[in-house]
Each structure stands twice: as structure tokens, then as C-alpha cells.
Design a protein around this ligand. Structure first.
Ligand code: 5AD
Ligand code: SF4
Length: 448
């Protein structure tokens, strides 16, 4: 039996693709292994959103092959594979197969061809019409939490972003297939699903099938209601695109306890001038109106965001706009990135004129602001009782377990490992820099 080691970089969509790759391979007689040194086949699922993706891959392939007498078969999957295609064979020694973002369903065939002796096998084709979106319990990243893709690709073409090129146009999965998937996950004991996609709220399926009984102004809010009706205990969704974020999403959350208290709404910049150059399709004002609906909700909804500093032409004034916006919104968390020019994107043609030093300074300054805000946001939970889905033993402390609240905060507390997989009440007692610490309310007696 050939052993496969699969390594994944990047977003949840890549994690989810990898889960299905592992599912497909194990059903076709391959054995998945966590040991790279014992693998006959090493697959790398790549990300190209930031940094020197190709350079990283080059180093990684070198490391994998170094010191191995029998060199493993190396396959490159995902965004770098899709963007670079066959040129990777020339650029990096030791690659045997290249599989694009929508071709992962044919991974077993591709590996089969390599094993049959074919050199340099490439598949950058489209998804099969009958592509199987399900994942077996064994191959899921967690027994308790599942990623459920609802839309793939992106039509937005923000000027800095490579995703529309690496993942193609938006295609929404049918609501009936999504519901079926969620019901199956519920049956097999999954307690939380994350509906995932580059822009989940741009969800627009070809037909109404599965949504007939659910109201809402947009197909996404109808889908949220439909998934809530499955009775699965917790539903989270990300990422949301600001222009397509409407009040009906918050309405759906308010109506359904199992729609969790968390919205991830990337703003990218607090300057209208930069937002226009990024072609984001929203102004600061319009964005703040959407935030207002969330902030004034009867539910205590946590808001997180993504921000890029140092976009071409970003002045101190523009940056100050971002700092002001962060101070106004008071995000629960912000993922801050230094702008990184991606070949093939429109912004790549712009003058990358903010120096690396300035990018770093702005990054650190914004991070410092956010840290203070985050601490204050976390502090408001002290004394509150949160429902925590316990997912694993805490990383650094014995006798502690770790999970997430419905507001998607990491919560650690003293407790036995047999709580893993349960949803329990935890009273928050302490704030750490990126997490909460608390006390289990009913030791030994899970309240699920
Ligand atoms: N440079 C820096 N950050 C980027 N992102 C996307 N493209 C780039 C880029 N070229 C960030 C955005 C996006 C997140 C997933 O990655 O903030 O929301
Ligand atoms: Fe990239 Fe913009 Fe699409 Fe997000 S919405 S994936 S930032 S192009």
C-alpha cells in the first residue's frame, strides 16, 4: 500500500480541498501518513495569496528530497499549481505532478499515471460535474468541526488579489446538496459547521432547490435559515464580502440561536482613495453602515477583519484613515498584512512605492492599536458564561482543554480530556493576549 503525506498551506478552502483529496486517496487504496520521511508520495497543497509562494515551494521540495535514497513522488496541488502550471517542472527539480485547484477530484488518476511511469503529469482541468464534496470522518481536520464549501472562486477582482486567477469564477453549490451534507455531518456527530467560500454572501445557486421554504432578501440569508433549520448545533460562516453584506444576514442570526455570534468582514483599508484603487466596491461610510447593523444587534456579534497596509500610493493620511477606522469599529480581531505585489494582478502594474520599512512601521503601529482594542473587547467577557465547544487538549498546559465560543474566541480552561467534543458552560475569569481563560461550570457533567 503506497503511503501519502499531504501538506497544506493557506486558507480554509485549501484545508477543505485537502480533506477531500485524502478522502479520495484512502478510498482508492492509498494510506495517508503523518510521517513525511516514510511517505512514497508527498503532496503539497499550495497558497499564493502573499509572500514568495514559488520560492517557498522550491525550498520545500528541496527539503523533502534531501537525504532520501528513494526519492518520493512529489505532487504540487492548489493555487501555485494552477497559476504556474507546467512551468513548475522547469523551475523546480523533483516535481512529478501538478494538479490545479479544480482538478483535485482526479488526484488518484494523476498519481496512478505517475506510478505507471508517466513523466510530468499535469491536470489543470475543471471540476467534474458529479464532484463529491463530502469528506469521511477520518479525514476531517476535526471530529467535531467541519468545513462545508458553499461557493468557490471569486468574481471581485480586487486589484491586489490573485484569488480570481487561481480559483476561477464564483460557482455556488446547490442548497439541497449543502443541506444534505450538513445533515450527514450532524448524524455523524459533528457539532459545528463552517460554511466556507471566498465570499460566502455572494452565494447565488443556479436553482432554488432546497431554499423553497426559506425567506430572505438574498440567497445567502435564505441558505443560512435553511442550514439553521437542520438543527446542527453551531453554524459559522466566512468570509463575507462587504458590498454583498445586507441586514438580512443579521436578521437571520437574530432569529436562529445556532447561527453563531461572529462575522468576518474584511475592510482592507480605511481610506476611500485606497479602497477605490483596490476596486473594493465599498467606501468607508458604506462599510460602517453595515458594521452599525451588526453592532446594534440584540445579539452580541463579534466582528473580525482583514487589513492590508502599504498598498501602492498609500500615504500617511491614508494609513491614518485605517487607524481611525480600527478605532471606530473596535474589532474583536484583525488580520493585518503588508501589501505584497502578486504578478498577474492589476496592482502589480502599479508602483509599489511604500518602502519595506514604512510597511513594517505601519504594520506594527496598527497591530499595537489593535492589540489594545482587542484586550478591551476580550475584557467585556470576564464574568460572562460562554458556551464552549471543547476541541482539544490545551497546547501548553496539562489538565487544560481548549475550544471556541460561539463568538469564535479561543477559550481555555481546566478540565478533563473527556470533555472534548462537548459543548460546555465556561465562566470567563481572565483575558490573555489572543484568548480567554475560564472555569468550567459543571465539572464532569457536560451541559450539551
Ligand atoms: N498582499 C497582501 N495581502 C493580501 N491579501 C490578499 N492579497 C494580498 C496581497 N497581494 C490579504 C487580504 C485578504 C486576505 C485573505 O489576504 O487582506 O482578505
Ligand atoms: Fe481576493 Fe477581493 Fe476576491 Fe477576496 S473578494 S478573494 S480579496 S479578489
Amino acid at each position: 500500500m503506497k503511503k501519502v503525506y499531504l501538506e497544506t498551506f493557506g486558507c480554509q478552502m485549501n484545508v477543505s480541498d485537502s480533506e477531500r483529496v485524502a478522502t479520495a486517496l484512502s478510498s482508492r487504496g492509498f494510506e495517508m501518513t503523518g510521517r513525511e520521511d516514510q511517505a512514497d508520495i508527498v503532496l503539497i497543497n499550495t497558497c499564493s495569496v502573499r509572500e514568495k509562494a514559488e520560492q517557498k515551494l522550491y525550498t520545500r521540495v528541496g527539503e523533502i528530497r534531501k537525504g532520501r535514497i528513494h526519492k518520493p513522488i512529489v505532487g504540487v496541488l492548489g493555487c501555485v499549481a494552477q497559476l504556474e502550471g507546467e512551468t513548475l517542472f522547469r523551475k523546480i527539480e523533483g516535481i512529478d505532478a501538478i494538479v490545479g485547484t479544480r482538478a483535485v477530484g482526479r488526484i488518484s488518476e494523476v498519481i496512478g499515471r505517475v506510478l505507471d511511469g508517466e513523466d510530468e503529469v499535469t491536470d489543470l482541468g475543471e471540476r467534474e460535474r458529479d464532484y463529491d464534496w463530502s469528506v469521511t470522518d477520518e479525514q476531517r481536520h476535526s471530529p467535531h468541526v467541519a468545513f462545508v464549501p458553499i461557493i468557490e472562486g471569486c468574481n471581485k477582482f480586487c486589484t491586489y488579489c490573485i484569488v480570481p486567477f487561481s480559483r476561477g469564477r464564483e460557482i455556488s453549490l446547490s442548497a439541497s446538496a449543502i443541506i444534505r451534507n450538513v445533515l450527514e455531518l450532524k448524524r455523524s456527530g459533528v457539532r459545528e459547521v463552517h460554511l466556507i467560500g471566498q465570499n460566502v454572501n455572494s452565494y447565488r445557486p443556479e436553482s432554488d432547490s432546497g431554499l423553497e421554504a426559506f425567506s430572505g432578501k438574498t440567497p445567502f440569508s435564505r441558505l443560512l435559515r435553511a442550514v439553521a433549520a437542520t438543527g446542527i448545533e453551531r453554524i459559522k460562516f466566512n468570509t463575507s464580502f462587504p458590498r454583498d453584506f445586507h441586514a438580512d444576514i443579521v436578521d437571520a442570526i437574530e432569529e436562529n440561536e445556532n447561527l453563531c455570534n461572529w462575522v468576518h468582514l474584511p475592510v482592507q483599508s480605511g481610506s476611500d482613495r485606497i479602497l477605490r484603487m483596490m476596486k473594493r466596491g465599498h467606501s468607508v461610510d458604506k462599510y460602517l453602515k453595515k458594521i452599525d447593523r451588526i453592532a446594534t444587534s440584540e445579539r452580541d456579534i463579534a466582528v473580525t477583519t482583514d487589513i492590508i497596509v502599504g498598498f501602492p500610493g498609500e500615504t500617511e493620511d491614508d494609513f491614518q484613515g485605517t487607524v481611525d477606522l480600527v478605532n471606530t469599529v473596535k474589532y474583536d480581531a484583525a488580520y493585518i498584512f503588508k501589501y505584497s505585489a502578486r504578478p498577474g494582478t492589476p496592482a502589480y502594474e502599479m508602483d509599489d512605492d511604500v518602502t519595506p520599512e514604512t510597511k513594517t512601521r505601519r504594520f506594527l503601529e496598527l497591530q499595537e492599536h489593535q492589540r489594545g482594542i482587542q484586550k478591551a473587547r476580550l475584557r467585556r467577557y470576564v464574568g460572562q458564561v460562554l458556551k464552549v465547544l471543547v476541541e482539544k487538549p490545551a497546547a501548553r498546559f496539562d489538565h487544560q482543554v481548549s475550544g471556541h465560543s460561539t463568538c469564535h474566541k479561543v477559550v481555555n480552561f481546566e478540565g478533563p480530556a473527556n470533555l472534548i467534543g462537548q459543548i460546555v458552560d465556561v465562566r470567563v475569569t481572565e483575558v490573555k493576549s489572543n484568548s480567554l481563560f475560564g472555569q468550567h461550570m459543571s465539572p464532569g457533567l457536560p451541559l450539551s
